[in-house]
Design a protein around this ligand. Sequence first.
Ligand code: DMJ
Length: 673
Amino acid sequence: AAMYSSAAAGSPRRDFISVTLGSEEAVGVGGYNNSKAWRRRSCWRKWKQLSRLQRSVILFLFAFLAVCGVISYTSMGEAWKSITNKSLDDQRTEQAIPRLKLANPAVLPAPQKADVNHGDYPEFSLQKPPKLPHVRRGPSNLQIKAPQRDMRLKTRHDTMRAVEELVEVDKVEKTEKSIISWRGAVIEPDQSTEPPSNKIMEPEKPSSVEAEDQKEPVPINERQLAVIEAFRHAWKGYKDFAWGHDELKPLSKSYSEWFGLGLTLIDALDTMWILGLKEEFEEARKWVANDLVFDKSVDVNLFESTIRILGGLLSTYHLSGDSLFLEKAKDIGNRLMPAFKTPSKIPYSDVNIGRGTAHPPRWTSDSTVAEVTSIQLEFRELSRLTGDEKFQKAVDEVMKHVHTLSGKNDGLVPMFINTNSGQFTHLGVYTLGARADSYYEYLLKQWIQGGKKENELLEDYMRAIEGVKKHLLQRSEPKKLTFVGELAHGHFSAKMDHLVCFLPGTLALGAHNGLAADHMKLAETLIETCYQMYAQVETGLSPEIVHFNLHAQKGHKDVEIKPADRHNLLRPETVESLFYMYRFTGDKKYQDWGWEILQNFNRYTRVPTGGYTSINNVQNPSNPEPRDKMESFFLGETLKYMFLLFSDDIDLINLDKYIFNTEAHPLPIWVPA
Ligand code: DMJ
């Protein structure tokens, strides 16, 4: 509606004004003239024609409308604010109660979103990452840490600022296309990180990621909560008595050092992220930022520091998007490289990371086969992230060399390899347990990591599984459990390390990736055996090594335990395989078995003042003889696999997108399915 004194325009009567709602009147006599100057002049004239009373009434009306406008604007603002605050408060409460809904977003957010605390502000986290057709993942330089933001959201002021920052960042995301993200990995389209020997392609199907983003988060269940509780209890012990040291000694309330590099803390970083323990994660991150120093003269084992430290840092980098972890990974990766300076290029077992020197153990010039062939996932990923080919070249050469070696038995490898000659030593002994185990695991996993193109790896893996079937499988009595024994100079031994229980999970992973269906059948029978290694024992916990009965004897179970083998180190392998089996079959019995194991860990290995301990005697429930040590893999692997086993969310570390290293640190598959 427009208010014009149209009649007055041509009227001699100054006291009269008409208010009309049309435009025709405004056109006036003499045709349409809508120039600005004309309108201004005529308005002013009309205004002057009004009586003082009329002007006062109009002015009063204007003033009244203005006041109403201001009042209604303020009250709407208040209402809006209170809605916003309420939803923020709700989210804070949600965070304060159990961290039920945070775990899933914790794994999945893209870095920029994680950076701005999307776990707390789901409405922002639902935004899709921008799509770029050909992008490469690369080191990050624009990352802020999601968990840090959490800590800052203590006051309303901070909260509101964070929201503003969210909006800002969102804007930046929309305008600056230079950085995008994919499930925790930062992608810089302009930066090539392709290692020369292996064309690394970025995932071509971001649509699957988008679909995931739109899914409802799967709430955490009771069993997962029990894992979180167990982790917190273990962490409390570590924090109170061993902070920054390698391992907790929960009974003596002290610690032990192996490398002096905060092993437990680093091994546990990605577990905290996956469990949604943001405060704990943030505290640990600070330690990594301020106190983790690799520049010191200390001998470390190449394999152990690769799988636990390098692997842990790389996976934490991928999950959190925090470049601190990549920097640290580069640092330790470079410091481990002297190990490869050997006549054969088969690496030495030990490296002094401060001095840059490496050497074999004092008593031999041999290295362990599993050790030199289970560092590849990590070094290859480091090359891909840094663009520096040297890491990948060094470890690929080891694999190529081992591929050509004689001394295998239908794909089964001996346990030792000489760093001078490059040949296998101690020929004739074959096991899937200690010193050979993860050779087999990494054949398959490297093949998957690299996009299923490296045929030699697959050949070696398939041949080895045939070798297992031919030489190492037997059935026990009375339950006829299929188990994997050992072969020593043609003699079969019915001995099986708990370590071998990684195998059902690996077989299942292979079958899931298109390998022979009978691998899955074998996985199903072997995981049953591994479960029986727990179930047939008095504490319900497996010993380190079992011997299976090949002949039925009255009163004897399948599983026999020698006094020297009856310890339990809180190892993960069975739980790890249960996790794979549940993911691929959906059979709840695997969850139930894992649940039993967790309860038995709680019954026999939990130390009331904090932490869990390995035990010396799984056969004595009244005195399992605590050994006073919590291995770092209990937090790095065992509890992580428990948590994942109990989850019904297949996107909580999706196995088509991530490959776990042998210390349970997930690394991205370069060309995901
Ligand atoms: C871990 O360090 C790794 O899983 C390794 O492959 C075998 N040993 C321990 C866990 O048992």
